[in-house]
Design a protein. Structure first.
Length: 368
C-alpha cells in the first residue's frame, strides 16, 4: 500500500508541473515614466533633478525692470505735472500768455516759486538767444534746465555697506501716513534683489500693526524681523536688531521708527536716542526720510524738523502718482541739501526704485 501511495503522489506532481510549462508567460507589467509617476500640481513648475526645493519665498523684481515700469507711470498720461508741461509746449508759439501759463503750471506742480522763476528765466533766455519761440527748442531747453534743477545722479546710491565687518544700518524716519513702514518692506525687497542679507527692526513700538506689517513683508522674502513688546522702548528694539545683525553677519539692518506728529518734542528726542544707541554698536550709514509726495509743500515742514534731529542723508518720495505733481523733488532737495534716493509710484510690492534724474525728466516729457 505504501508503494501505491508513493506512485500516486509522484504522478500528481508530474501532471501539475507539466501544466505550468504549457501556460504562456505572463505579460510584463507596464512601468510609468519617472516624471509621470508623481504628477506636479497645476501651476507649479516641475523642478529639475537635483534642484533645491522651492522655499515658497517671493523673488523681488530686479532694479532695471522696476525703473522702466516706473518711467511709464510717470508719463504724461498719468502725471498732471507732465500733462501741463506738454500741453503748453505743444502750442504754436510761446507768447506772453503761454509763458504766464507755464509759470502757473510749474508753481502749482509743487516746484516752488524760486525754482520756477529760475526755470522760466532760463527758458526765456535760451529761446531769445536763437531768436525763436519754437516749442521744440523750448522743450530741449526745458529738459536741460530741469536736469540742472534736480541735480546729477551722483551721490544717490544707498549707503548700505558697513565697516569692519559690521552691517550697514539704515534708519528710516517720517510721520505716520507717509507710507513709511510699507516703504521699509519694499526697501527690504530692493536690498534682497541686490543680493543682500537683511534684518528689519520694528522699533515703532507704539503701533502693533506696524510690527505685524513688517513681519508680513519680511516673511515674503525670508527677512527676519526683530520686535519688542507693544509700547516698549524703541531704542532697545533697534539695539537688539543691530546686535542680531552683527552676530549673524548680515549685510544690512533697516530700522523702522515711530512716526507720530512731527511737532511732538518727545518723538524727536526718541529718534535722537535711537540713533545714539545704535551708534554704540555700529555707525548709522543712511538716514532716509519718507515724504508723501501728495502733500506737496507741507512735506517740507516735516523735512525741516526731522533734519534737525537725525541728519537726514536721503529722501524717499512715496506715492508719487495720482495727485502728486512731481515738482516737489526740487524744493525738498534744496530744503535739506540731500538727494532724493528712492521713489514709490504705486502699491505693488516692487513699486519702489532708485531715483534717476534723467529717467524722471524724460518720463515727464514723454521721451526715452
Amino acid at each position: 500500500m505504501a508503494a501505491v501511495a508513493l506512485v500516486l503522489v509522484v504522478a500528481g506532481v508530474t501532471i501539475v508541473v507539466g501544466r505550468r510549462k504549457a501556460l504562456p508567460p505572463a505579460p510584463p507589467v507596464p512601468q510609468l515614466p519617472a516624471e509621470a509617476a508623481q504628477p506636479a500640481a497645476a501651476g507649479r513648475p516641475v523642478e529639475a533633478p537635483g534642484a533645491e526645493p522651492a522655499a515658497g519665498l517671493d523673488i523681488p523684481e530686479p532694479a532695471a525692470s522696476r525703473l522702466s515700469r516706473l518711467r511709464r507711470r510717470l508719463s504724461a498720461s498719468n502725471n498732471p505735472f507732465a500733462r501741463g508741461l506738454l500741453g503748453l509746449l505743444a502750442a504754436d508759439r510761446l507768447d506772453a500768455e503761454a509763458w504766464e501759463d507755464l509759470e502757473a503750471t510749474l508753481i502749482t506742480s509743487d516746484l516752488g516759486v524760486g525754482p520756477t522763476d529760475e526755470l522760466i528765466t532760463a527758458l526765456r533766455r535760451e529761446t531769445a538767444i536763437d531768436g525763436v519761440s519754437d516749442p521744440a527748442k523750448a522743450r530741449q531747453v526745458l529738459r536741460a534746465e530741469l536736469l540742472k534743477l534736480i541735480g546729477p545722479d551722483e551721490g544717490r546710491a544707498l549707503q548700505v555697506t558697513g565697516a569692519d565687518g559690521k552691517p550697514g544700518v539704515v534708519l528710516v524716519v517720517g510721520v505716520n501716513g507717509t507710507g513709511k513702514t510699507t516703504t521699509i518692506g519694499k526697501l527690504a525687497r530692493v536690498l534682497v534683489a541686490e543680493g543682500n542679507s537683511v534684518v528689519l527692526a520694528a522699533a515703532d513700538t507704539f503701533r502693533a500693526a506696524a510690527a505685524d506689517q513688517l513681519q508680513t513683508w519680511g516673511a515674503r522674502v525670508g527677512v527676519p524681523v526683530v520686535r519688542g513688546p507693544e509700547g516698549g522702548d524703541p531704542a532697545s528694539v533697534a539695539h537688539d536688531a543691530v546686535e542680531t545683525g552683527i552676530r549673524d553677519g548680515v549685510d544690512v539692518v533697516v530700522v523702522d521708527t515711530a512716526g507720530r506728529l512731527h511737532t511732538k518734542t518727545g518723538l524727536m528726542d526718541e529718534l535722537g536716542k535711537i540713533k545714539r544707541v545704535i551708534g554704540r554698536l555700529a555707525p548709522v550709514t543712511e538716514v532716509l526720510l519718507v515724504i508723501d509726495a501728495t502733500t506737496g509743500q507741507n512735506g517740507l515742514a516735516q523735512a525741516r524738523v526731522f533734519a534737525e534731529v537725525v541728519d537726514v542723508t536721503g529722501i524717499v518720495l512715496s506715492k508719487l502718482d495720482g495727485s502728486a505733481k512731481g515738482g516737489i523733488v526740487v524744493p525738498v532737495q534744496r530744503e535739506l541739501g540731500v538727494p532724493v534716493k528712492l521713489i514709490g509710484l504705486g502699491e505693488g510690492a516692487d513699486d519702489l526704485a532708485p531715483f534717476e534724474a534723467e529717467g524722471f525728466v524724460d518720463a515727464l516729457l514723454g521721451e526715452g
